[in-house]
Design a protein around this ligand. Sequence first.
Ligand SMILES: Nc1nc2c(ncn2[C@@H]2O[C@H](COP(=O)(O)OP(=O)(O)O)[C@@H](O)[C@H]2O)c(=O)[nH]1
Ligand SMILES: [Mg+2]
Length: 218
Amino acid sequence: MTEVKILKDILEVNDVIADQNAKLFKDKGITVFNVMSSPGAGKTSLTIKTIEAAKADGIDLAVIEGDIASAIDAERIQETGVKAIQINTGGACHLDANMIRSALKHLDLDKLNALIIENVGNLVCPAEFKLGETYRIMLFSVTEGDDKPHKYPLMFTEADALVINKMDLLANTNFDMDHFRKTVLSMNPDLEIFEVSCTQGMGLDKWSTYFKSHIKNA
Ligand SMILES: Nc1nc2c(ncn2[C@@H]2O[C@H](COP(=O)(O)OP(=O)(O)O)[C@@H](O)[C@H]2O)c(=O)[nH]1
Ligand SMILES: [Mg+2]
C-alpha cells in the first residue's frame, strides 16, 4: 500500500499563519466557522440558511468562499445582502491560512461578529490546513454513503460539529444512520451532530441555535 504524505514544512508554515489569523480574529472578537465537505454536500445552501437565521438575530457576519474556479457561490451569498469574498485557488483542493489572510484585507473586521469560510469541496485536504478558525464544521449528505468515515477519517475526527444534510432524501438511499452515527462518535466522541435538510428546512432551527450560541460577541 502506498501512502502519500503532505510535506511537513508546508503545513508548519501554514500553522504559523493560521495562528496569526486566529490571534487577529480573537482581538477583533470574531468567531470563525470553517465549513468543509465534499463538492455538492450543501455548504453554500447551509451557509445561506445560516445567514438568514443569523440576520434575524442582528448578527453581523461575512463569508469567504473557496472554490477552484468561478465566483458562482460568492454571487449566491451576496444575494442575501451579506458580503462575500471569493477566493479562487486555481487548482488547489483546499484553502490555506495565507489565502484567508489575503481575503481579510477586503473585510471591515471591526464590524463583524462572525465569519463563515466555505472551504473548497473536498473530503481530504481542507482538514489538513488550519485557517485560524474557531470551529470546524463538517457537512455530509446522506447520498454520499455511510462508509465514508472509514475511508476519510481525518475530517470526521477534526470537526467540532457534523451537519448531516439532505435528510429529505434519506428514504431513497441505503444510508444506515445508526451505523454512521456510531462510527463517527467512536472516532470523535465530542462531535455535535445535526440532521438537516437545507431544501425542506427540517433540523435547521437546532443547527442555527448551535451556530448563534457559539458566537462570542453576538
Ligand atoms: N434534496 C436536497 N438537495 C439539497 C439539499 N441541500 C442542498 N441541496 C442541493 O445540492 C446541490 C449542491 O448544493 P450546494 O449548496 O451548492 O453544495 P456545495 O457544493 O457543498 O456548496 C444543489 O443542487 C442544492 O440545491 C438538501 O437538503 N436536500
Ligand atoms: Mg458551494
